[in-house]
Design a protein around this ligand. Structure first.
Ligand SMILES: [Zn+2]
Length: 899
């Protein structure tokens, strides 16, 4: 806050006042809060013409998990979003810039198990702590719209939305594999299983178990999620590619291979095939290479395929069961990793290739997954490298059916031929080019009922069930007579019971809470049981950005008009680690809610910025492999391990607790203030690049802010006040070259910073450089400029600074006597006329010889030109202090000095 204004007259000491961020930042934060400066301006009814959202701007940061500790990665994310929000406000847009908490999840439950605290209390305390840490950064967040996904007024609507999915047939139950801890008798999350497949808590070898669980049918939207990536040209190309690969569209065919009766095979028993995707009589495979169908030499089922038991020959039963056990211990990643050897076992039975009538042996192998495609693939060793390796290992036939154009059939030692060519040994398709044959083979399959053309996706349905306590309860009830019955919407929320005992054993505590589990069936009134699974927290974060548009609605998750007014998010900012799941799920939610008539746009996030990591200097002992905290390194120019004196390896790595290289934002703010921390983070690297922490550069930004302080301090001491000029919008008349140069510097900076801040461009680092250049240029020029030009320059400088260093800018604005808050001003508009270089070169001759050149105003008269020539360094040097006898002026061209 400004000191009393008396100091401007008495402040004649050469030092002036000094920049003390701690004295101004908290005070301005309090003032802004009292003034409601960051409250979101709502539209009133009369402003419906702007329903298109032209004058609204939605700036959104990915909301954090409330761990209780704000780290530098958070700071970078939120400062970037804050600058974007502040610039848009200064440009006159109505801005929504909210913040909330992704507050369900495992850590709270672990804290409950380890320390006996209530997960809700623990989470709320963390939220309070992180909120106050965030507030110290001076972020222009509308805290009135804060949401926490773990509070019933939020998760009530998460449940309501789940019911929408259920009603649309997009939520269903099926068997799926879970990690089971046999000692604690509980289901584990993937992150609770270590690299060796052991429980984080009991150390037991984790088993795979089948449980009926809830899924969302995201595969119904695979095509739309892929196609609409084309709309997202405000997203990084890399993120769109990652999404596209994750959805994984492939065009091919599904083919049916009839099962051959085998004397020894177990007879088809009822029941076992009830869940089978295939008919009882054939195995269906998906292939992108129907042109190789004459080269199939074996068929592989996933070990979990429902037909495996039925199709296993008695003499293979032991081997098959042993193999299935072995595979059940492996993770999906291990099973499908490129560098892992593939293993398999024959079932001892066969299918028939409908195209050539050949009997094809059936195998199971670890690399085929049950829930991907039909859980069965055809093996074509001659034309697929993985199949080739598998066939060589198990001595299966390799049948070449495609030869490269113009080549003879050759030996197969080189591996599989995966490119195109012409078909051989392929019946009626011999001689056809592969792509041509593909179409013909699919057509034949469709004609004969052997299969059909099909587009397949890698994307699988979303398993949302968690056998955990600290999550949003799935609002379903299991009734003996009615089956699965949704909780009626008016009975929501299904509240999470609090104050439970957590042992970490015996499954989710919800399953043991009889008073909560036992409930009357909403349909028939008979005793029934609640669903005890809670939802994947990714569900809670798939719609939070919609709730911010209407956070206090008690009738609906959000009103359609409110969502449509603010959405889609104009600028989303967050980490690349969310490039796939969170963004894909949010896009899926948006499309489903659109189809339910709850909103009217296709995509939630128009622009996406994925900020780089914050890295810091990291020391590692090459002998022990241990990290040494930078604080323990005595001499950074010769870094040594304090324990054994070993010279340490030095590099930059992402800040983390385990490496001891983290920089606590609070420490930096305490020392330099939030504005310096913000300036450094913005200046050090372009937002999407990794940033290397550097104390010297932090110090440099602090000194820059001090210089700005002194610059304004000097102006204030000279009596310059922003409200003395003709007011904003009236460009002052520059009268002399110094004033012209000052205006050129100011308007040049506005132009450059405008370009740096253009949506999607966001080169904050060069924008800060421009501010530094401008302040350097202003220093001397401000002294000589007239009041109007000086005030224009000062006003522009402080407003340009405002998005980056909001506290200092507000303080300087206040000291300069500006009206209102600097953050409520209008962004300066570059004056193109100020940028015109209206000077011309003037040749200086001495006794008729050219001795140099001057830049002079284009319209200077002869007397001015004579004066400028005589005052020049050139005259000083060549006349050696003597006055010339004669001066010849040729206006616009030259001045000849004759001594
Ligand atoms: Zn019932």
């Amino acid at each position: 806050m400004a000191e009393p204004d008396t100091r401007s007259s008495s402040g004649s000491s050469s030092e002036g006042s000094r920049y003390h961020p701690e004295a101004i930042e908290a005070a301005w934060q309090l003032r802004w809060q009292e003034q409601g400066l960051h409250r979101t301006p709502e539209t009133d009814g009369g402003d419906e013409a702007s329903g298109s959202g032209d004058d609204t701007f939605y700036a959104l940061s990915m909301f954090p998990y409330p761990s209780g500790n704000l780290h530098m990665g958070h700071v970078r994310n939120y400062v970037i979003t804050d600058v974007i929000a502040r610039v848009q406000r200064l440009r006159g847009r109505r801005v929504l810039h909210p913040m909330g908490w992704d507050a369900f999840g495992l850590p709270a439950e672990n804290a409950a198990i380890e320390r006996g605290v209530d997960p809700g209390d623990w989470t709320d305390a963390n939220i309070a702590q992180m909120r106050s840490q965030l507030q110290r950064l001076g972020l222009s967040i509308d805290w009135d719209r804060e949401v926490a996904t773990c509070h019933a007024d939020y998760y009530r609507w998460t449940q309501w939305l789940f019911l929408q999915f259920h009603e649309a047939g997009l939520a269903y139950r099926k068997e799926a594999t879970v990690n089971w801890d046999p000692i604690d008798q509980t289901v584990l999350a993937n992150e609770q299983v270590d690299g060796e497949g052991r429980s984080w808590r009991s150390g037991a070898k984790v088993e795979k178990r089948q449980l009926r669980q809830w899924f969302l049918r995201i595969t119904d939207y695979a095509e739309a999620l892929l196609d609409d990536l084309d709309q997202l040209d405000g997203w990084p190309e890399r993120v769109r590619t990652m999404q596209s690969n994750w959805i994984g569209r492939s065009v091919g065919a599904q083919l049916h291979f009839p099962i051959l009766p085998a004397a020894g095979a177990a007879s088809a028993t009822a029941g076992g095939a009830a869940d089978a995707a295939d008919s009882d009589h054939s195995i269906t495979v998906f292939t992108t290479r129907p042109d190789t169908v004459y080269g199939v030499s074996y068929l592989v089922l996933a070990p979990e395929h429902p037909l495996v038991a039925r199709l296993t020959a008695p003499e293979q039963r032991l081997a098959v069961e042993a193999f299935c056990d072995l595979v059940s211990d492996q993770s999906e990643l291990e099973r499908t990793a490129e560098d892992q050897p593939k293993r398999g076992v024959p079932l001892g039975t066969s299918v028939r290739n409908p195209f050539n009538g050949e009997a094809i042996p059936l195998w199971i192998a670890d690399y085929v997954l049950a829930d991907y495609g039909s859980g069965a693939v055809m093996g074509v060793p001659a034309h697929d490298q993985r199949d080739f390796v598998f066939a060589r290992q198990y001595e299966l036939p390799v049948k070449r059916v495609i030869v490269p154009e113009g080549a003879q059939e050759q030996a197969y030692d080189g591996g599989a031929w995966t490119a195109g060519g012409r078909l051989v040994h392929s019946g009626p398709f011999d001689g056809l080019e592969a792509a041509e044959a593909r179409a013909g083979i699919v057509a034949l399959a469709e004609e004969r009922g052997w299969g059909e053309g099909k587009v397949s996706y890698r994307l699988r349905d979303w398993l949302i069930s968690r056998q955990r306590y600290w999550g949003c309860p799935i609002p379903m009830i299991h009734c003996g007579s009615c089956g699965v019955v949704p909780v009626p919407a008016e009975q929501l929320p299904v509240e999470l019971p609090r104050d439970l005992a957590f042992s970490g054993k015996g499954g989710s505590p919800l399953t043991q809470l009889e008073s909560w589990v036992n409930v009357a069936c909403p349909s028939c009134g008979q005793p029934a049981r609640r669903e005890t699974d809670t939802m994947d927290t990714f569900i809670c974060s798939s719609w939070y950005y919609l709730r911010y548009s209407d956070p206090h609605n008690t009738q609906l998750p959000f009103e359609r008009a409110a969502a449509d007014r603010w959405m889609p998010v104009d600028q989303y900012v967050g980490g690349i680690e969310h490039a796939i799941l969170h963004l894909l799920y949010s896009r899926f939610f948006t499309k489903v809610l659109r189809d339910r008539g709850l909103l009217s746009f296709d995509e939630p996030f128009q622009r996406l910025l994925t900020q780089g990591m914050v890295q810091a200097i990291t020391y590692k002992n090459p002998q022990t492999g241990k990290y040494v905290a930078p604080a323990d390194v005595a001499d950074p120019s010769d870094p040594r391990d304090p324990i054994d004196g070993e010279r340490l390896d030095t590099f930059f790595e992402k800040m983390s607790k385990s490496k001891g290289n983290g920089v606590d934002p609070a420490v930096v703010i305490n020392r330099y203030g939030a504005d310096t921390a913000r300036m450094f983070i913005l200046f050090k690297a372009p937002p999407e690049k990794d940033l290397e922490w550097d104390d010297a550069d932090v110090e440099g930004q602090f000194r820059f802010l001090q210089r700005l302080w002194r610059l304004v301090d000097g102006a204030v001491a000279r009596g310059l006040r922003l409200n003395h000029a003709g007011g904003p919008g009236t460009p002052p008349e520059a009268v002399n070259p110094a004033e012209q140069a000052l205006r050129r510097a100011v308007h040049g900076a506005i132009t450059a910073i405008d370009d740096d801040l253009a949506p999607g461009h966001y080169q904050f680092n060069t924008a800060v450089s421009e501010l530094m250049k401008l302040s350097n240029a202003m220093g001397p020029q401000l002294e000589t400029a007239g009041e109007a030009v000086a005030i224009e320059a000062l006003g522009a400088l402080v407003i340009l600074l405002a998005p980056f260093a909001p506290h200092l800018a507000e303080e300087l604005w206040d000291r300069l006597g500006g009206d209102g808050s600097v953050h409520s001003q209008r962004w300066p508009v570059a004056d193109p006329s100020a940028l015109i270089q209206d000077t011309v070169p003037l040749v200086i001759q001495v006794k008729g010889k050219v001795r140099g050149q001057l830049e002079v105003p284009a319209d200077a008269d002869a007397a001015t030109l004579e004066r400028l020539a005589l005052e020049s360094d050139i005259a000083l040097k060549w006349l050696e202090g003597q006055a010339p006898r004669r001066v010849i002026v040729v206006p616009g061209k030259l001045v000849n000095l004759v001594p």
